[in-house]
Design a protein around this ligand. Sequence first.
Ligand code: 3EB
Length: 371
Amino acid sequence: MDGTVSPLYGEDLSISEFLQRSAPWKNNVLGALCFSAVADDGAGANSDVNHKETTQAGVEIPCMRVFMQRLDEANSFCEIWYGGARSQYGKCGDVHYRHDGNLLFGVIEQAETGLAKSSGKTPLQQACESAYQQIFNLLDALQYPYVFRFWNYMADINGHSFGMERYQQFNLGRQDAFMACERSVVGNIPAACALGLAKGPLTVAFLAGRVAPLAIENPRQVSAFKYPSQYGPRSPTFARACLARMSQNDKPYEVLFISGTASIVGHLTCHPDDVIAQTHETITNIEAILVETNRVAYQPQFCLADLHFKIYVRHAADLASIKSVLMERIGNSLRAVYLQADVCRYDLLVEIEAAVSYSLPSLSALSGAQG
Ligand code: 3EB
């Protein structure tokens, strides 16, 4: 479909391409998510600290860097998020951020090393709670009340320590931070993903704004915030998707963030040993999310063919199988980047997230916004 626009959503560049491109478009970059398993990858020279890059023109950009192997084409992948013409960089606690008055993109890492288990909290749980509290403190201070999307990356997500799976420790810290900052842990909550890295500290990126988005659930799945306790003492805190309406340079548009989606129906993993069936089930889940989105969108035009996909693959050897299912279900318009990552349940072999934005006809369309 031709109605898609990318005033917000980024493009497929390697990190070195991203950094070598010169101004002025870079002034509109709010931030980037960079995935690479190559040391430095052209970024080292400009990277004065982790998760921040400075362009030749001196523009400071929060730039998440996680150690993750890209499986298709290039070695690295940068997903770039754009803002308005005037934006500014800041650092608050450990959070690097950039904001333009409508949107704020930020990134924080929190190491577990040096943290002992204290007051009954594991190091990962503490790192997560601290990351989220710092994010919420920043958003309160700068008055960006609504998070649309969180990206969570941590080492050894399926590992166990202190008698608990690490992903469950993460969920404890996340939910505690939401509650401590008086944020809802059910209902209208952000979209998210949570993936395992081969190495590196807990790293969280996020995009927030000033207009309330609409959380979307998938009727085929139990909402993650209602998962039963067999998956851990605290439920994950995310919605299946988040639909945000915003205006950038006086152009209104609607953007959909689809959370990491996997082969889960109800709350159970389906097809544990079958990557092809898992991929089909995941696309069927994403289709169900699109149906729900089109019930509440201004322009009910959200469709698979327009989505920009990020595909997290547990076993690199499954890449060809996954790709062939996606080609079959989506066709030639498929836009996808493939990364090797651990998925948060040991029996999930693939997780797929997506985003898309469509322009809206006029600002007056926004005045009728619900929510
Ligand atoms: C699932 O549906 C798969 O904990 O933030 C997907 C998206 C998953 C986000 C998160 C976890 C998260 O439960 C896992």
